[in-house]
Write a protein that binds this ligand. Structure first.
Ligand SMILES: OC[C@H]1O[C@H](O[C@H]2O[C@H](CO)[C@@H](O)[C@H](O)[C@H]2O)[C@H](O)[C@@H](O)[C@@H]1O
Length: 564
């Protein structure tokens, strides 16, 4: 990690989070590591004031420094509600069992019945913040979002930033426009409160964000509903969020070989301690660091990696098999800049619709500059992929000098994320030729597997690596391939969608659930690896499934079962 002097101010933690983290660490000593989920403890709502709770905690007996299990259980019961209790179930008002015009291209009766079941899962995932949080915010780590919301599911019992984009894509297929707008209104509320959208709607997530897709959410909703008033209300927050990503520690300047200076963005959390939701794990991972400043630098990389949404992945490690080599803050990521490019175009579009020509022109100019920057810094014409750029850890200049050897030529699904917006290929050559090259490069990459697109080609046990496939990455690449304007790449998009839908279906039949991630080596296999047990529910997988079924349909004579 970098030893350069940077603005390393961090968020301060709250007394409640510090206490719950202490409880988490004591609970681990009592209960042991088997099936221990550290996040549970920082999600516990207090029944009484913190001072009373803390006083009772310190009075608990300890045997050889450990709280006996029966005492711990009694204490938890007396002083805390259940994790997740501060969110209450609420039936979405715009839910109907079979919306009019639902999935008109899905004819196969089995697939239709299943899609309707997945559609009905929105009801399971629908919540609102309980009144207790509003009356006693200091007893909860949950943030008091004003409107109804949809959670990813299982241990992810609160709103997540980038998950919400695919949840909204699915809600739009389900014609649940009000629920989709409520999600955006909540995120806008968060931008107004924090200046950015936190990773998730818990106070312990506030020091970092997640991949910025807020403008994309507004765009999808606008495209479906034409609601310009909704755009007008959201636009100031989109601009505020844009500033967060393009200033201060998130902004990096790099000079190319022709002397052009480019501004690009990176992930960078304002946090240099263990992540509260995984503090026991982070403490353990940091045990090899002997001095405080190395530990702090490592914790900063861990939190910044959580900001990427890809936590954790060899993509952020200089040694693919060693988590302690995380270097996220020294990496300029292809996907983040693709999302920001889109944000610039979206803001320009909205501003033009609203007659704000000055903002329109400013954001068109910004998008042109980022397009040029991405072409100059990320594009690799030999591989026909966009590669993350690594800033050397000893390069402390304000302006970094481009060196092609600092492009990371390892293979990740993110190397193809820019195809989500084909305007990013302008200046690279004739469109049809570039499409063909990228298409070939993707086919040769090793990412395409029997059940979908792998996240990387390295199997190191991390969850954002091989053999896991994640719905958001399938969706972006499929959408990119399908909009390239080439028959072959549309065919490939459809082929990947069919593989993904089949694997989701097979796993749903055997497990009764939609999953957070899948193992793409074989049809019907669910994902694994990482620091927590695989989760079900699952917001973004449901959203992507519905969006793919809407785009590609399913004919009555196409089998849904895994093909042998
Ligand atoms: O508790 C560990 C980490 O869990 C989250 O990350 C994973 O789940 C999120 C919700 O589906 C998803 O947005 C993220 O991409 C996943 O890696 C959380 O976002 C992390 O910040 C947290 O440390």
């Amino acid at each position: 990690s970098s030893s350069c002097a940077v603005d390393d101010r961090t968020y301060s933690t709250t007394p409640l989070v510090s206490f719950l983290q202490r409880l988490q660490s004591e609970a681990l000593k009592t209960l042991g590591p088997n099936s221990f989920d550290p996040k549970l403890y920082v999600d516990l709502p207090l029944k009484k004031d913190l001072s009373l709770t803390e006083a009772a905690f310190w009075k608990l007996p300890r045997v050889k420094g450990i709280i006996p299990e029966n005492y711990l259980h009694r204490f938890l019961e007396a002083y805390f509600g259940d994790a997740g209790e501060d969110l209450v179930y609420t039936e979405p008002e715009d839910f109907v069992p079979e919306p009019e015009g639902f999935l008109p291209k899905v004819f196969n009766p089995k697939v239709r019945a299943w899609a309707l079941e997945v559609h009905s899962l929105w009801k399971n995932l629908s919540r609102r913040v309980s009144d207790n949080v509003k009356s006693h915010p200091e007893r909860h780590t949950l943030l008091p979002l004003p409107e109804p919301l949809i959670i990813p599911g299982s241990r992810f019992r609160e709103v997540y930033y980038w998950d919400s984009y695919w949840i909204i894509r699915g809600l739009l297929v389900s014609k649940m426009y009000d629920t989709a707008k409520a999600i955006v209104n909540n995120l806008v509320w968060l931008v107004d409160a924090y200046g950015h959208v936190p990773n998730g709607a818990r106070v312990y997530y506030a020091s970092r964000s997640q991949p910025p897709l807020l403008s994309s959410m507004v765009m999808e909703i606008y495209t479906r509903t034409g609601d310009l008033e909704f755009v007008r209300k959201s636009l100031p927050s989109l601009i505020k969020e844009y500033t967060f990503w393009n200033s201060g520690i998130h902004k990096v300047t790099i000079q190319d070989l022709h002397g052009h200076k480019h501004s690009l963005s990176r992930y960078y959390a304002r946090w240099n301690k263990p992540r509260p939701e995984s503090a026991t794990i982070d403490e353990e991972s940091a045990s090899k660091f002997l001095n405080d400043s190395d530990r702090e630098a490592f914790f900063r990389e861990v939190a910044s990696t959580a900001e990427t949404g890809w936590d954790f992945s060899s993509r952020w490690m200089s040694n693919s098999y060693d988590l302690s080599t995380l270097s996220t803050t020294s990496i300029i990521p292809v996907d983040l800049n693709t999302y920001l490019y889109k944000e610039e175009l979206d803001i320009a579009f909205f501003a033009q619709k609203l007659g704000d020509i000055e903002t329109y022109e400013k954001f068109i100019e910004a998008s042109n500059a980022r397009q040029f920057a991405m072409r100059s810094i990320f594009w690799n014409a030999e591989m026909n992929q966009w590669l993350d750029y690594w800033i050397r850890s000893d390069d402390c200049e304000d302006v970094h000098q481009f060196d092609v050897r600092n492009q990371n030529d390892r293979i990740f699904a993110s190397n193809f994320i820019p195809i989500w917006n084909w305007r990013l290929t302008s200046g690279l050559g004739e469109h049809s030729v570039i499409v063909e090259r990228i298409y070939e490069s993707f086919l040769k990459s090793g990412l395409l597997q029997p059940a979908g697109i792998a996240t990387s080609v390295v199997n190191n046990g991390q969850q954002w690596d091989f053999p896991n496939g994640w719905s958001p990455l399938q969706h972006i690449i499929i959408e990119g391939l399908s909009t390239a304007g080439s028959k072959a790449s549309y065919g490939l998009a459809q082929d990947i969608a069919v593989r993904w839908i089949r694997t989701n279906y097979a796993a749903y039949n055997t497990t009764g659930a939609m999953h957070e991630k899948y193992d793409v080596e074989g049809c019907g296999k669910v994902g694994g690896g990482g620091e927590y047990k695989p989760q079900t529910g699952f917001g973004w997988s449901n959203g992507v499934l519905l969006a793919l079924l809407e785009e590609f349909g399913w004919s009555s004579d196409r089998d849904i079962e895994c093909s042998s």
